[in-house]
Design a protein around this ligand. Structure first.
Ligand SMILES: [Zn+2]
Ligand SMILES: [Zn+2]
Length: 496
């Protein structure tokens, strides 16, 4: 394609083709519902209004985020033909290392369109939705876990409030992007996979509402015949900026790595590590080593991180250990938890699937009764994490006991994350190539017995051994305070 002359006549803004007001090249509004396009030549986002075309700002170069839904790809979704018209790439304020993207899929027959996103094995589609007659609450009135009454759209739950910015994009958009400008948003969730975002922009315009849900990728066929599966990211090896050690980089979502050899904490930036500083070394080795692989409940996982967390109850410190498992991009993350020799397995639950009444919570139609609430603090950390984990970061951790396991709620000022925690049988742990831990040093007795209590900061009657060891850790930590710096805790799970 050759670049057209700037002498080309300027067309009316409603024509399919027009001259870019920034560089003069031809831009095409192929999709009637597009409110903006990105000029292929100058990368400016160009808004279309009834008064003409306006350059909004220059997009950065597209980031390498693989997707089978490239602009121009066609197929059938349900019974309807579609074409991919655009994509937009964003990151969270304070987390430039973890961008994500949304794809604009348009249906030429009906003129409809939908935004598609993929994260941790799940596909989401959201559509522009009308604001309820009474509008939406101010973002200052929303907090993680709060209900939002969206009138005709029902009641939703806020899973996260935050700040983000548009980084890059291509093709058409049904919204006008403002590259580089920090905007505020609330992610919301509803029963049965409902997912949405209230986009508050920079506060100068009316909020925009996007509602949708998870969908089954098998409902969508590409004309190319290729499966709708995001290409699995390749595990890479990165070098520790301090000791030069080879560290695996398992996930494209990894944001922070704490070197298992020298303890240096680094942020992941465009596939490389930028050192932040030393983190104190954990006083014990992970029982399941980082890098160990095993199959649990039908999925294959690699241990990618190890965290020692603690809480204080009536002046006594209780400590437990958590292992972050990565099951590949299609599966995402799980946790192994170890406390007093008892192991459990934790999987995340969408906030919208929980009805949280404070003293009890409903999940899957079953009541889970409030058990306890503590401030859980990160004491030591090694390995690869999908958020900017920091020593000393705390969450409000609450547990609800149900008939089949525990519902755990972790809340910060900006996010709420639920997970369902079930006991792990000894053979499930042995899948990672470790011996049954009974009698192993710190682990204590009682592993895998009939006791259903497992994991988390809940065993207030923890063993004396643990308490003594924790006291020693605390003493050791006195001169090791400070840790490393970085962005705030950004919790778990995926968000738009
Ligand atoms: Zn241009
Ligand atoms: Zn190192």
């Amino acid at each position: 394609m050759t670049r057209p002359s700037k002498m080309q006549p300027v067309s009316s803004p409603l024509d399919r083709q027009a001259a870019c007001p920034s560089c003069g090249a031809t831009i095409t509004f192929k999709f009637a519902g597009a409110r903006a396009v990105v000029c292929e030549y100058c990368k400016f986002a160009i808004a279309r209004t009834d008064r003409g075309l306006h350059p909004i700002g220059r997009m950065a170069e597209l980031l390498e985020i693989p997707t089978p839904l490239q602009v121009g790809v066609t197929g059938t979704w349900g019974e309807e033909q579609f074409e991919v018209e655009g994509r937009i790439q964003m990151d969270r304020a304070g987390a430039p290392g973890a961008p994500w993207q949304e794809i604009l899929v348009a249906f030429p027959m009906s003129g409809r369109s939908t935004w598609v996103a993929y994260a941790q094995g799940r596909w989401y589609a959201t559509n522009d939705a009308e604001l309820p007659p009474g509008g939406v609450p101010a973002i200052s009135a929303l907090g993680p876990g709060s209900d939002v009454d969206l009138g005709p759209h029902g009641t939703w739950v806020v899973s996260e409030v935050g700040q983000r910015r548009v980084v890059s994009g291509e093709g058409a958009m049904t919204t006008v992007p403002t590259p580089g400008v920090v905007t505020r948003y609330a992610d919301i969730s509803a029963q049965g996979g409902g997912f949405g975002t209230i986009d508050y922009g920079d506060g100068t315009q009316q909020p925009e509402l996007y509602l949708g849900r998870q969908f089954d990728p098998r409902s969508l066929q590409l004309d190319s015949g290729l499966p709708l599966e995001a290409p699995e990211g390749k595990a890479a090896v990165v070098e520790c900026p301090n000791c030069g050690g080879d560290l695996p980089l398992l996930s494209q979502q990894a944001e922070r790595i704490i070197c298992q050899y020298c303890g240096t904490a680094s942020d992941v930036r465009e596939g490389n590590l930028a050192a932040l500083g030393p983190a104190p070394r954990p006083p014990i080795q992970p029982y399941v080593p980082i890098g160990a692989e095993g199959d649990v409940r039908g999925e294959h996982y690699t241990v990618c991180g190890f965290v020692i967390r603690s809480c204080m109850v009536e002046g006594v410190v209780y400590s437990w250990r958590e292992y972050l498992l990565f099951g590949g991009d299609h599966v995402g993350y799980r946790w192994l938890m170890e406390e007093d020799g008892k192991w459990s397995f934790a999987e995340s639950v969408e906030a919208g699937d929980v009805t949280d009444l404070g003293n009890m919570a409903m999940l899957g139609g079953r009541p889970h009764n409030f058990k306890q609430q503590v401030q859980a603090k990160v004491d030591y950390v090694v390995g690869e994490f999908y958020w900017k984990i920091e020593i000393g970061e705390t969450v409000d951790a609450t547990e609800f006991q149900g008939p089949d396991g525990k519902l755990s709620r972790e809340r910060t000022a900006t996010e709420v994350n639920y997970s369902f925690v079930t006991p792990l049988a000894p053979h499930e742990l042995q899948a990672f190539g470790v011996a049954p831990p009974a009698g192993a040093g710190l682990i204590g007795a009682g592993f895998g017995g009939d006791d259903e209590e497992a994991g988390g900061c809940r065993n207030i009657l923890g063993t004396v051994v643990t308490i003594i060891i924790v006291i020693i850790w605390v003493m050791m930590e006195v001169d090791g305070c400070g840790g490393f710096v970085g962005g705030g805790y950004s919790g778990g799970g995926w968000s738009k």
